[in-house]
Design a protein around this ligand. Structure first.
Ligand SMILES: Cc1cc2nc3c(=O)[nH]c(=O)nc-3n(C[C@H](O)[C@H](O)[C@H](O)COP(=O)(O)OP(=O)(O)OC[C@H]3O[C@@H](n4cnc5c(N)ncnc54)[C@H](O)[C@@H]3O)c2cc1C
Length: 419
């Protein structure tokens, strides 16, 4: 007899799920619909909102930066997702070669999310469930998920897919009382309040701090609202918008030769053939991450051709302090930060939810703790693309496939004991 068969097999404790997804927004939905085979494991999605699918995209009244098809490029129309091939909401976005209204994207993700919920079964989703802490315990080989209602559920592996948020920026601390986050300006829920503030501003300017996609989206909404106000209240003084940028904006060159030739000396960092050419697509980046509508708006602003708005250079925001002092209000568009519940590793609080540290992950999504991949926790693109990878469209392009492999290994079927 094989001596190994005489050894008692250590029972593995019962768990509520094999793989828990914390957050049921865009990432969780598109990831799980790219890997239908994972649904053979017990998957549970914890979502603090009332539905799975659109996440943050449900809140914004703007057009996407990326073309529609990019959002659903991983969709696998097999198994439970096969019926989606007949959904016009989904397929219109999946085939769109242009940016789409975020409301259309949100509708497509809602349909996708509903299909996912059906596939996961009655126990597969916990809606209106905020996760406050995640405890990974390597000795038990388990992860506890703590919920805001005081309950705890257990899984073999947890994936953090909680999205990102804007945090009050320290450089704007002196003007905190009049700072509005760009997400508020862009969000459909606050449109009328923002319009009221523009009307109340009288002749005082409004300052947008930042010149990224969020800043251009906020600028666009402000200009739309100002146009509405001009028509509704002729003769009433309305604010100018000043966009304070900390560095040169970045656009795209048609070729490396043109990049060398068309460079604006003193305004842009010098072209670098290694850093500025995407290895996957050959796109030659000029000093920018802007695309489509935001890029057009930025170009017009930069050229001084945008009525009612102009650009102000301030390498550090304090350089524009007189503008902030004078402003009726300040729109903060200075980037996003990954949000996550408190993370405990082997009983120690390793990362509180309000930590300034970025939530780093390996190329297969493994949470990196001091540079080492954690076996029980993964991260699904929670942080924005790191600054040093922004000009590389290959960044994270293989993440979904590699994470699916990693998760199917971690959640390998086991015999339940004591269920
Ligand atoms: C204005 C704007 C425009 C953008 N445009 C683009 C674009 O064009 N292209 C692009 O690729 N990206 C764009 N982004 C980035 C975009 O946010 C992400 O690509 C996408 O939303 C990320 O998906 P996610 O699943 O990580 O986050 P979300 O879709 O926000 O999902 C996170 C989910 O987690 C839930 N959650 C959070 N915390 C908890 C918790 N503790 N417990 C339980 N549930 C929780 C939330 O309720 C939410 O449903 C844009 C972002 C903004 C703000």
């Amino acid at each position: 007899m094989d001596s190994r068969s005489a050894q008692p097999v250590a029972p593995r404790p019962a768990v509520d799920s094999d793989i828990a997804f914390i957050g049921g927004g865009f990432r969780t939905t598109t990831f799980l619909s790219s890997a239908p085979a994972l649904l053979g494991h017990r998957v549970r999605v914890y979502e603090r909102g009332a539905g799975v699918g659109p996440g943050g995209f449900a809140r914004y009244g703007i057009t996407t930066t990326s073309i529609g098809s990019r959002f659903l490029k991983h969709l696998d129309l097999s198994g439970p997702f096969a019926p989606l091939a007949r959904s016009s909401a989904v397929m219109d976005v999946a085939r769109a070669e242009q940016p789409v209204a975020m409301s259309r994207l949100a509708d497509a993700l809602t349909v996708l999310g509903e299909t996912l919920r059906t596939a996961l079964g009655a126990d597969g989703t916990r809606l209106d469930s905020t996760v406050v802490a995640v405890h990974a315990d390597r000795e038990r080989d388990l992860v506890d998920v703590r919920l805001a209602d005081g309950s705890t559920e257990t899984c073999r592996h947890a994936v953090l897919a909680t999205g990102r948020a804007e945090r009050p920026h320290p450089e704007l601390a002196s003007w905190r009382a009049k700072v509005v986050l760009s997400g508020t300006v862009i969000g459909t829920a606050h449109r009328s309040q923002v319009k009221d503030r523009l009307l109340a501003a009288g002749g005082r300017p409004v300052v947008v701090a930042g010149a990224s996609h969020s800043a251009m989206s906020a600028l666009q909404i402000l200009l739309e609202l100002l146009a509405e106000l001009r028509a509704e209240h002729p003769g009433v003084p309305l604010p100018l918008v000043q966009v304070v940028r900390r560095g040169p904006g970045r656009l795209v060159h048609d070729s490396a030769d043109l990049a060398r030739r068309d460079q604006v000396p003193g305004r842009e960092r010098p072209f670098d053939a290694v850093r500025d050419v995407c290895p996957a697509t050959g796109i030659v980046y000029r000093d920018s991450g802007l695309r489509h509508q935001s890029r057009a708006l930025y170009c017009a602003l930069w050229a001084g051709e945008l009525p009612g708005a102009h650009l102000v250079d301030a390498p550090v925001l304090a350089d524009a302090s007189d503008r902030f002092d004078e402003a009726a209000f300040v729109v903060q568009a200075l980037g996003y930060h990954g949000q996550a519940p408190d993370l405990y590793l082997d009983g120690v609080l390793a990362r509180p939810g309000d930590s300034p540290d970025r939530l780093l992950a390996d190329d297969d999504g493994a949470l990196l703790v001091s540079g080492t991949a954690h076996p029980l926790l993964s991260v699904l693109r929670v942080e924005p693309t790191p600054l040093d990878r922004r000009d590389n469209t290959a960044y994270a392009s293989d993440l979904y496939r590699r994470l699916a492999v990693r998760l199917s290994r971690s959640a390998a079927p086991v015999t339940e004991v004591g269920a």
